[in-house]
Design a protein around this ligand. Sequence first.
Ligand code: ADP
Ligand code: MG
Length: 725
Amino acid sequence: MIHLDTPLKNISKITPKYAKVLEKMGLVTVQDFLLYFPFRYDDFSKTVELGQNYLGETITVEGTIIKAKNIRIFRRKMTITEIVIQDKNNTPLKTVWFNQPYILENLKEGESIRLSGKLAIDKKIFSMANPAWEKASRDATNTGRLVPVYSETAGISSKWIRWQIKPLLRFAKDIPDILPEETRKKFNLYDLRTAITQIHFPDSREKLVRAQKRMAFQEMFLVQLKSLQVKKQWEKNNSIDIKFDEKLIKEFVEKLPFKLTNAQRKASFEILKDLEKSKPMNRLLEGDVGSGKTVVAAISTLQSISAGYQVAIMAPTEVLARQHFESFCKLFENYGINIALLTNSYQEINNFQFSIFNFQSIFNDKILKNKKNSREYLLKSTADGKINLIVGTHALIQKDVRFKNLALIIIDEQHRFGVAQRATLQQETMSIKDPVKSPNGDHGASGEIKTISHLLTMTATPIPRTLAIAFFGSLGLSILDEMPKNRKPIVTKIVPPSARNQNYNFIRQEIGSGRQVFVIFPLIEESKALSEVKAAAEEYKKLQDIFPDFEIGLLHGRMKPKEKEETMQFFKEQKTKILVSTSVIEVGIDIPNATVMIIENAERFGLSQLHQFRGRVGRGEHQSYCFLFTESNTQKSIERLKALEKTNDGFEISKIDLELRGPGQFFGTIQSGLPDITMENLSNVKLIKFAREEATNLLKVDPRLKKHPLLADALLRFSEKIHLE
Ligand code: ADP
Ligand code: MG
């Protein structure tokens, strides 16, 4: 007997070969299969009688086969399968398929068939090329309806999946519905069985939308429950209250070579206010590339250090960690603050990398010569509090890194953490501050109130406010929505193939007057990383031919960290004039002398993403340019790119992008651990709001979900899922 947990390989129609492929896709049981949703639908729901008025439309027609034959064309080594049918008005329709001679094994003259495809006309006879088909006696599965399309893996077609899933749908009723009935009623949501059935084989668009909404609500409900739980957990802890020293901060700000923007002032103030509380801060600082997050971070850092505590700043990559290190060294030049840099991706070379600034007095050459000793020395100095500020990569969360009194952790998250992981990230950072590292050395056994550090995370993704609130609802939110005044807007231009040469001349001029150029081959998917590397390497060669007189650098993800660092360094020192890079190049990289950003294949990317790339120029006093190279000449993609020509405002762009492409691209589905359906529905602010309210209400009456065991269980599994990075 088949039930939800029956392994797919035990189902007679699924051969071991297929079962294996399914397993690779993560589909092992009947339940897994039922929850494997289509990613789009072909709309074959318009069933009609043949007529001129449907020319060019996608329709479904039923008729009797009056002719069927395979035609082999030896010269071109192909087979054409040709069928002529007559609908009930005896109107003929000719269809052809290429290289699928086996179709005729099933179809004989005289049989009734249903065909779905785009109607054309050929020598006065209606025609369809490569239509979807099935015998009219079967229920509409591949034709004559909204037909689900699943993402296909080698060897498994959507058609096959449809045939397999359809008979299994009757088990959907056995999957427990985690949404409380009251909630379902309140928001008029489908029960799980109906939702699953309608998602695979929707009876209509309306029902499909309703089914998707139900699933999206469920995921969002879990996100919100999780985020509320984490928030509650977070708020149980204590933190150190750091008094706002107005004089200190005022002086620091006055000495800056620029005037803070109002947004920077406001954000800094919000953070300083949070630090004054004895409850741990958990705040997100959101600001477009170049909006000046670093100095805001510096203000809170300075405040914490001057109150006698330590601060840790974590960046996602080596290069950014170093850049922060250098920025902070400069910002705190006159403050006698000991700053260390700690990263560990130099494993191939010497196991670690570090620098200490302003530390000469206690740090002698002898120690420096022995790298192992020096690491130990650095760690010891951090543990006993001599280091005030430690900047680094993930190396900072290693076990041997201890602090004396770490009051503030700043994570320059730069896109690297998915949204739903936000919740788990908070837990992770909680665990940075295990008892040994916790400021007062409390041994906060579970259940006890712990004293933990304040947490500030920063992101350069200008996530629309509604979306940010949905996901980061448990965080304080500070937004830098104002660019420093001195910025000249970056001039952005779409460059079609015909204008390339002209563009290269312009670049020559720019370099001639001392500027530098980025050329980016943005990454499309992780799996394509290799071909991207290849493309970048080819471009590198091509550019060497075009610009034989300029030094060109090449940067990609497959390089060793040391090589990457060197390449960046050469570019920084202007030894190379052009830097060809894959999208590995960091969002936050700061090279003011680079004024030209060229993005290849620009049409393939979301506007927000392009905007991020663009943000790597326009950081200095010179006029900067961004050229969007595109091979595409479709009106739609050009229109889209035009938004970038029109505005430099990241929030504006993200709003357009949200409308055009949904929220997925801000985070990436895989990264966030949320299904596509949820992602699509994220632009639905109401849904998010309702999910949050409902989650809040539920936790009020049933904080531990004791009365909702199904939900509690789902939440546990959900947390595990989104924990996977
Ligand atoms: P991001 O938000 O991308 O991290 P940064 O903090 O790196 O931006 O700042 C980008 C550049 O702008 C830096 O060179 C910084 O010194 C400068 N900057 C920051 N704030 C201001 C301001 N208010 N006025 C002028 N320049 C500023
Ligand atoms: Mg930055």
